[in-house]
Write a protein that binds this ligand. Structure first.
Ligand code: PEP
Ligand code: MN
Length: 294
């Protein structure tokens, strides 16, 4: 490993690859899925749960296209106090119904330590959003929630800071952590955020945790989402988090970056050759996709 990274990350001993654990990998088990175990896991669904009809239709469509996990925000972190804040507990009930009907596992965001208990009753994975990556009270509360955590990189956070938050979660008792690169703030304005594609191989080298990519919040525009998803696949990500809506033009949040059903289906179809490349790399050049020597 690059000696600089060793010095930078080895203090986060529960989540970093250290001398003793250099070949260790964390596999996050969610129902019958293994994230970080070699399968490419796709989580897809609307930014926000808006209604039962919207979510059930989306769940059926993304499941048929090959997604394994359904995403949907019930508690939404909105930048405007006037924007739709999510359906709260009603949204959780709708998510649970969609799981029952499709068999998809559920991921949904938790913003406050006060909501951890109720969300953990419904969700299979607890999502910590970019704005909450350094909410230490929340991370502490997630330590004992009994559910895996998807930890999104703060939009202005370094990888060191991301792993510091992961270490806090692990110290609090929860080592079932999935890291998520979702784009960072840079001077570029053509995209909503800048997808730091190098974050994937760096994190896979310095940490044993699974790493997924959210191309939707990185791009901010739907036409870029499939391309960024392919890039994520080629650099060795363990999966994707993608926004999909039955009618993105009418979405209550993040419609510009949401794919419609057809676009998602095509994205999944077009990913296949890139998934084959990933599988081959894992077999023949494992250090490129699972960390190791540089
Ligand atoms: C989301 O996934 O809808 C979301 C709010 O993401 P982020 O925290 O990355 O902005
Ligand atoms: Mn969103």
């Amino acid at each position: 490993m690059n000696p600089k990274w060793n010095g930078q990350f080895s203090c986060f001993d529960l989540v970093a690859r250290t001398g003793k654990t250099s070949h260790q990998r964390t596999i996050v088990v969610v129902r019958d899925l293994e994230i970080g175990g070699g399968d490419f896991v796709v989580m897809a669904g609307p930014c926000a749960v808006e209604s039962e009809d919207q979510l059930l239709r989306t769940a059926e469509s993304v499941a048929a296209a090959g997604a394994q996990i359904l995403r949907g925000g019930a508690y939404k972190p909105r930048s405007s106090p006037y924007a739709f804040q999510g359906l709260g507990i009603e949204g959780l009930r709708i998510l649970s119904k969609a799981r029952q009907e499709t068999g998809l596992a559920i991921i949904t965001e938790v913003m406050s330590e006060e909501d951890v208990e109720v969300i953990a009753e419904y969700a299979d994975i607890m999502q910590v959003g970019t704005r909450s990556m350094e909410n230490y009270a929340l991370l502490e509360a997630l330590g004992g929630c009994g559910r895996p955590v998807l930890l999104k990189r703060g939009m202005t956070a370094t990888l060191e800071e991301l792993l510091r938050s992961a270490q806090i979660l692990a110290t609090a008792g929860n080592s079932q952590i999935i890291l998520c690169e979702r784009g960072i703030r840079t001077f570029e304005t053509a995209t909503r955020n800048t997808l730091d594609i190098a974050a994937v191989p760096v994190l896979k080298t310095v940490s044993h945790l699974p790493v997924i990519v959210d191309p939707s919040h990185a791009a901010g525009v739907r036409c870029l989402v499939p391309t960024l998803a392919r890039a994520a696949c080629v650099v060795g990500a363990d999966g994707l988090l993608v926004e999909v809506h039955p009618c993105p033009e009418q979405a209550m949040s993040d419609g510009n970056q949401s794919l419609n059903f057809r676009e998602f289906r095509e994205m999944m179809r077009d990913l296949q050759p890139y998934l084959a490349i990933q599988r081959e790399e894992r077999e023949f050049r494992p250090q490129l996709v699972a960390g190791g020597t540089d």
